[in-house]
Design a binder for this molecule. Structure first.
Ligand code: NZQ
Ligand code: ZN
Length: 385
């Protein structure tokens, strides 16, 4: 196992009907900026419950954080937060709202060009303060509710933003708030969480038994509850297990002391930025092809994945790996998430633009071993067509 530090300060408030507890969770004298997306939280009554939970506190609202949150939108909120001198941010929504709120938390006290906050990749931001933030998560997928990362869209790219100052102080996870999700977003969430796990698990062996077994448990849970959630949208226990699976997939625990890949995410981000495919759809396109082409690099863990997650024990090593990749692709497709570029109307002639974007963003040495070059990315995209 590799050396690691693990600290996750986010207080998880899990369960049904807990929004009234916002009154105890948010400081009594806080001036709160409540941030949300395109209106689902209004339509389904979540915002009313949040506002009721905040009681007599002064509240300012900011609506309209779009999927794949845009820098320009977030800067509008930054100006409002400064003008109104709010001192607490409460995100109510999915990954985009939570991520956008994290960026705003970093940007409000930042003295300088806020766009430079997007230039630090996976390194912690060079900041020493941020506004305190918390979340009410309405979409299980990204893990943003319990991690210190965000992804912000800017000038045709998607940029990570990381800082320990951006862990939510608390996150309310009420599975019943996810009943209203359209099936496509449920499926997206299952795929995103699944890929988060494998980016930290299907790499090379690090003799990390607890992390591996936990990763396998999350994957098996997702395989089990994904279809149930789609078939029975108001099945609370399925929703609860999906929600906690997604949170645990990217809250740092399974990623401690092990190598990380993230190549699927980095290539996927370009597909979203260029063609507007949803985040999870981009991952479903890239992952099976990446594994097919990187079989040798990931051989030991792919074999472990085949046996422990899919119970594949028959055949040669290559046959077992191929079967596991096929099962993974079939699982995504069974949820309704297509796995080929062509399924989204993206032509072979557009692969060049993806490779150019990867190059422009410095994504030239990806993966757990840093040897996934632009040529390999191109081959993965060709394979994924
Ligand atoms: O905007 P509204 O009207 O609220 O509708 C949203 C949105 O259209 C809707 N929705 C959310 N909760 C709902 C609901 N509709 C009905 N009922 C509910 N309870 O769902 C749509 C998609 O929302 P979005 O927040 O964009 O989805 P998701 O949670 O998948 O977030 C995706 C974003 O997270 C980033 C992605 O890059 C992308 O920008 N990621 C963040 C990560 C992190 N912070 O650690 C890691 C991930 O890999 C990912 O990159
Ligand atoms: Zn993701």
């Amino acid at each position: 196992m590799q050396n690691f530090d693990y600290r996750n300060p986010t207080h998880i408030v899990f369960g049904q009907d807990r929004l009234a507890e916002l009154d105890q969770l948010v400081p009594q004298d806080a001036k709160v900026l409540v941030l949300y997306g395109g209106g689902s939280v209004k339509r389904f009554g979540t915002l009313d419950k949040v506002l009721a939970g905040l009681g007599n506190r002064t509240v300012v609202e900011f609506a309209g954080i779009e999927p794949n949150p845009q820098f320009d939108t977030l800067m509008k909120a930054v100006h409002i937060a400064r003008d109104e001198q709010v001192d607490f941010l409460l995100a109510v929504g999915g990954g985009s709202v939570m991520d956008g709120t994290k960026f705003i938390a970093a940007a409000v006290p930042f003295e300088g060009d806020e766009a430079t906050l997007l230039q630090h990749g996976f390194a912690p931001l060079p900041i020493d303060r941020a506004l305190p933030l918390a979340t009410v998560a309405t979409l299980p997928a990204t893990g943003s509710e319990m991690n210190m990362g965000a992804v912000v869209s800017y000038q045709g790219g998607k940029f990570p933003v990381m800082s320990p100052l951006l862990f939510p102080q608390f996150s309310v996870l009420d599975p019943s708030l996810t009943f209203s999700l359209p099936p496509v977003q449920v499926a997206n969430g299952v795929v995103d969480a699944f890929v988060h796990v494998v980016e930290q698990y299907v790499t090379y062996p690090a003799d990390a038994m607890v992390q591996d077994r936990t990763a396998e448990g999350i994957l098996k849970s997702l395989i089990e509850v994904g279809p149930v959630t789609l078939a029975e949208p108001e099945n609370y226990n399925a929703r609860a297990n999906l929600m906690w699976s997604a949170t645990c997939a990217l809250n740092g625990f399974i990623g401690s002391g092990v190598p990380h890949d993230w190549a699927t995410h980095m290539i996927g981000h370009e597909l979203t930025a260029l063609f507007g495919v949803d985040h999870a759809q981009s991952l479903a396109i890239v992952l099976p092809s990446l594994w097919a082409l990187r079989k040798d690099k990931k051989r030991a863990k792919l074999l472990q994945y085949a046996e422990r997650v899919w119970d594949i024990t028959e055949g040669t090593d290559d046959e077992r790996i191929d079967a596991a990749i096929a099962k993974t692709r079939a699982f995504f497709e069974s949820l309704g998430v297509k796995t080929r570029l062509a399924d989204y109307g993206i032509g072979r002639d557009q692969i060049d633009s993806v490779v150019q974007a990867l190059e422009a963003h410095g994504m030239v040495a990806l993966s757990e071993t840093g040897d996934l070059t632009l040529d390999v990315s191109r081959a993965i995209l060709e394979h994924a067509h």
